[in-house]
Design a binder for this molecule. Structure first.
Ligand code: FAD
Length: 288
C-alpha cells in the first residue's frame, strides 16, 4: 500500500452521530416499568460511551488536518445536553434532530432520518459509535452509510488520512485489518480508538448556555448560544419513512431476564458424559 499521507487542502468535514442513552450501569429495581419498557425517569441520561470515542476520532482528524466537526443527535430536547458536551470538547457546530413525526422510529427509520440530516451537512467523513448501550443493535451506522452510498468501515481503532482516502485500522475479531477507503465514508468507532479529550475550559464558558429552539420555547438563540435544529421537513425526510409509519419492526413481547444461579450438575469427563450433555443441551434448545 502506498502510504504517502497528505492532508487535503481545506481539511475534512466530519459529522459525528451521538446518542443520549440511559445509563445502563445504574440499573436498579425501578429501571423497568410494569409493561416491560424502560423507565427513563429512573436512569440518568448519558452520552453513549462509544459515541465519545467517535467524537474523539473526528476531533483528531480536525486537529491533524483541519476542517470542521459537526455533532448531530436525534431525540428529545434534553439530548442537547450531550450536544453541549460535544461543543465543549471541540465540535464546531451541533444539531438536534427532533420531530414528533420521528416518534416510534426503529433502526430503519432512525438511520433514514439521520442519513437525511447527514446528507444536508455534506461531510467527507461520518463517525458513529459502534453500538448504543440501550438499543444495542449496532445497525444504525452501517444503515446510514448504505442509504448515503458511503463506504462503511466498522470497528475502527485508528485512522490516518491520505488526500481523498482514509486509511482505517479496524478490529476484525481475529486480527487487525487496514483498509484504504475513498471518501466520503462512514466509520463506527470502538473504545480502542481512545478516550474523548476533556472539556476545554474556554469552550465550557462559551457553550454552557447553548440551546436548541426546542429547549428554549421555540426561540432560536444567536451565535455561540445556538444549537441548530432540524425537523423531518427541514432535512427532506419523507413522512412515510419516519417514525411508526417507517418502522417495520414489531415488538412482540419484552421479557425481563433475571439470571440466577441454579443447581449444578457434574458431567463425567468421558466421551459418553460429554455426548449426554450435548444431547441435553440440544433437547432444551440451549444449542442447535
Ligand atoms: C418498534 C420500535 C419503536 C421505537 N421507538 C422509539 C422511540 O419512540 N423513541 C426512541 O428514542 N427510540 C425508539 N426506538 C429505539 C430506536 O429505534 C433505536 O434506539 C435507534 O434505532 C438506534 O438503535 P440502537 O439503539 O440499537 O443504536 P445502535 O445501532 O447500536 O447505534 C449505533 C450508533 O448509531 C448512532 N446513533 C444511534 N441512534 C442515534 C440517535 N438517536 N442520534 C444520533 N446518533 C445515533 C450512534 O453513533 C450510535 O453509537 C424504537 C425501536 C423499535 C424497534
Amino acid at each position: 500500500m502506498n502510504e504517502c499521507k497528505e492532508s487535503r487542502s481545506g481539511g475534512y468535514n466530519c459529522v459525528v452521530c451521538i446518542k443520549q442513552v440511559p445509563d445502563t450501569k445504574k440499573v436498579t429495581g425501578q429501571a423497568m416499568k410494569a409493561d416491560g419498557t424502560i423507565n427513563r425517569a429512573a436512569l440518568p441520561a448519558i452520552f453513549n460511551p462509544e459515541d465519545r470515542n467517535a467524537l474523539e476520532a473526528a476531533l483528531s482528524v480536525k486537529e491533524k488536518h483541519g476542517g470542521t466537526v459537526t455533532a448531530i443527535a436525534m431525540g428529545l430536547p434534553n439530548a442537547c445536553e450531550i450536544l453541549r458536551e460535544a461543543l465543549m470538547c471541540g465540535a464546531d457546530k451541533a444539531y438536534l434532530v427532533t420531530d414528533r413525526k420521528a416518534a416510534g422510529s426503529d433502526t430503519l427509520a432512525t438511520s433514514y432520518i439521520l442519513s437525511c440530516a447527514v446528507r444536508k451537512l455534506n461531510p467527507d467523513l461520518v463517525f458513529c459509535g459502534r453500538q448504543a448501550i440501550d438499543g444495542d443493535t449496532a445497525q444504525t451506522g452501517p444503515q446510514i452509510a448504505e442509504k448515503l452510498g458511503f463506504a462503511a468501515i466498522t470497528y475502527l481503532e485508528g485512522l490516518e488520512m491520505d488526500g481523498d482516502y482514509a486509511i482505517a485500522t479496524r478490529n476484525i475479531g481475529t486480527g487487525i485489518e487496514k483498509d484504504r477507503v475513498k471518501l466520503p465514508a462512514l466509520f463506527t468507532v470502538t473504545e480502542k480508538f481512545g478516550e474523548l479529550r476533556p472539556y476545554d475550559v474556554r469552550r465550557v464558558m462559551k457553550y454552557k448556555k447553548a440551546k436548541a429552539p426546542a429547549e428554549n420555547g421555540g426561540v432560536a438563540l444567536e451565535g455561540d448560544r445556538a444549537i441548530g435544529q432540524f425537523s423531518c421537513d427541514d432535512i427532506g425526510a419523507e413522512p412515510e419513512r419516519c417514525g411508526f409509519a417507517g418502522s417495520p419492526t414489531n415488538v412482540n413481547k419484552i421479557v425481563s431476564v433475571v439470571l440466577a444461579g441454579g443447581d449444578y450438575k457434574e458431567v463425567p469427563a468421558t466421551d459418553e458424559g460429554i455426548a449426554h450433555l450435548v444431547s441435553e443441551l440440544i433437547a432444551d434448545h440451549t444449542i442447535g
